[in-house]
Each structure stands twice: as C-alpha cells, then as structure tokens.
Write a new protein. Structure first.
Length: 327
C-alpha cells in the first residue's frame, strides 16, 4: 500500500492547497474536505459552470481564499503552495457541447498553466481526468491500461480529447521536470451541489421525478453507468494525492446498473408518479461504463462505502429544496 494516512508535517504551519474549479460540484466538496483536515485553501474559478453558493459557507474563514480567475490565464500566487488540485473544466455534456472551445482550452492551456504553477512552487499536482477518456469502451470493465475508443471529431471529442491531452502533458511534466503528479480518472459521481440543469443522468432524472414528469431514458435504457457518491470520491482522490502513485487511477463505484434500472430506482425513492419515456440515443453515448478499481484497492486501500440508495437518500432532499425555490 502506497497511501499515507497523514498529511506531511510542515514546520511553517498548515499545508497550502490550490483548487482550480473549486466552486464547482466536486471541487467545492474537496475544499470542504481539505479545510476540515487543516489545509489552507485557495480556490481559483471563473464561475462559468461553478457557483459562489457552493463555497459561500467558508466566507470569513482565515484559511480560505477565493480568486475569480480563468485558469487559462497566467497564474500568480505570492504564497507558498504544497498541493494543486486541478478540477477546472466543464464536466457535463450540456456544458461542453455549449462551450467546446473553452473546454479544449481549459484542458490544454489551463492544465499547462496549472502545471507551470506546480513547477514554480515545487508543489504536488493532481489532475482530475475522467472515464470519458475510455470513450465508448470495447473493454469491460475499464482498467487503467485500456487506451480507449474515442471519436476525436465527434460532439463529445472536445471533452474527451481535452482530458486525454491533459493526461499527456501531466506525464510529460512528470518525466521531463520531475514534478510529482497524480492522475485520477473519475467515473460518474453524484450528490448535493450538482446543478439541476447540468444535463447529467442524476440531476436530469431527479428533476423530472420531483416534478412528476416522464423520466427521459435514451435508447432502450440498457446502457450502463456506475454511480459514486461524492464523499467516497473525494476520499479516494485525497488518498491518491497523498500516495506515491504517478500512473492514472480509476476512482468510482463498480456497482453497475442500467440507466433504466436507475430511473426506476429514482421513481421509487422519490415516490414520484412519473413514467419512463424513451428517446434516441445521442451520438457516441457510451454503452457501458464500469471502473475496475483493483489499482485503487491495492495501492490506496480505497473502495466506495456509500450504497446507491443511501447516496440518493442524501441527495434527493437537496434537489427537493432547489425545486421548491429554497436557497
């Protein structure tokens, strides 16, 4: 096992973490986690898809700082930095289909700028990559050794190839400059703070169920996804950063379900009166998605703990509040 359970001791006080995209769904949950562990946290976010609401509860905390900035621009920080967690990127089909050039730029220029900051500060760098680098996989479940089946010129190519490039430049900095780098490949994740209109499976189906509208299932619903609750994911990412593992690691929940099964589970848990309607499958939509997490188990002593029913039970009240007009 290469994971160390404690933060490295620092003679000058708390570790300093920079989180790009820290006002987004996952980034903001990481910020909470790091502050709870005693880190000083600097969030960089241009708020294109993130929201100040996700981090507003840290206002006044002397260990927290927010800088509204596009990560593709020059990054200057006058403080020491120990860890850089590069979360910045549109991450839902709605976002990256609407913002394809910005998605490519943050994957390329943004990752380059964040790596440059890591080199300047001698900081450890973690890239949040994605299961989308596997494309519509021909190998199941997906292991880190699989190179993927990606349509580079398709509508999802802007996101898939941005992340594939980001992995390549991260490894180049690791090999050429000796930067300590980590790469996490994130599979479907859900929980409070997801945007209700972001187009991903969980918020889309939950929104329809809570409004008692028909739940939209694409194709015949036999395509599979594996859903990981955000607390499990953040714990896995943290363990990866504190490990000595430089190669990519899948972090996700291998409990695979068809989208149709998932839709029916949401109807059951919400008590919705909704039915299911079927629509044509979008171009290049992956037919299967399930992580092989053997590497995470072996090297990080990590596996998910939160069941789908438990995770949805914690997520549904957040969406009820959103749809009832609560803040």
């Amino acid at each position: 096992m290469l994971y160390k359970k404690t933060d490295p001791a620092k003679p000058d006080g708390s570790p300093v973490s920079v989180v790009t995209g820290g006002a987004g769904f996952l980034g903001s949950h990481l910020v909470d986690y790091l502050l709870a562990r005693g880190h000083r946290v600097i969030v960089l976010d241009n708020l294109v898809t993130g929201s100040v609401e996700n981090i507003a509860h840290h206002a006044g905390n002397e260990k927290f700082k927010f800088i509204q900035q596009d990560v593709t621009e020059f990054l200057f920080l006058d403080s020491p930095v120990d860890y850089i967690w590069h979360f910045a990127s549109p991450a839902s089909p709605v976002d990256y289909l609407e913002l394809p050039i910005q998605t490519l730029k943050v994957g390329a220029l943004g990752t380059h700028k964040a790596l440059g900051l890591a080199r300047h500060k001698n900081a450890r760098f973690l890239l949040t990559s994605t299961s989308e680098i596997y494309g519509d996989p021909l190998v199941h479940p997906q292991t880190e050794e699989y190179w993927g089946n990606v349509n580079s010129i398709g509508p999802r190519g802007c996101y898939d190839e941005a992340k594939r490039f980001a992995e390549a430049i991260t490894m180049a900095y690791h090999r050429q400059h000796g930067i300590q780098t980590r790469i996490v490949r994130i599979f479907n994740t859900y929980g409070p703070r997801m945007r209700v209109d972001d187009g991903r499976v969980v918020p889309s189906l939950l929104g329809q169920a809570l409004r008692n509208e028909p739940l939209t299932v694409f194709g015949d619903g036999s395509q599979t996804r594996s859903f990981c609750f955000h607390t499990d994911l953040v714990e896995g990412i943290y363990r990866l950063m504190m490990s000595e593992v430089s190669l990519p690691v899948n972090i996700g929940n291998p409990d695979e379900k068809t989208v149709l099964e998932f839709a029916r589970e949401i109807i059951r848990l919400t008590g919705s009166r909704s039915d299911v309607v079927f629509k044509p499958l979008p171009q290049d939509d992956p037919r299967q998605r399930k992580p092989d997490i053997s590497r995470a188990k072996q090297l990080l002593d990590w596996e998910p703990r939160v069941s789908l029913a438990d995770g949805l039970g914690r997520t549904i009240p957040y969406f009820r509040q959103k749809f009832s007009g609560g803040s």
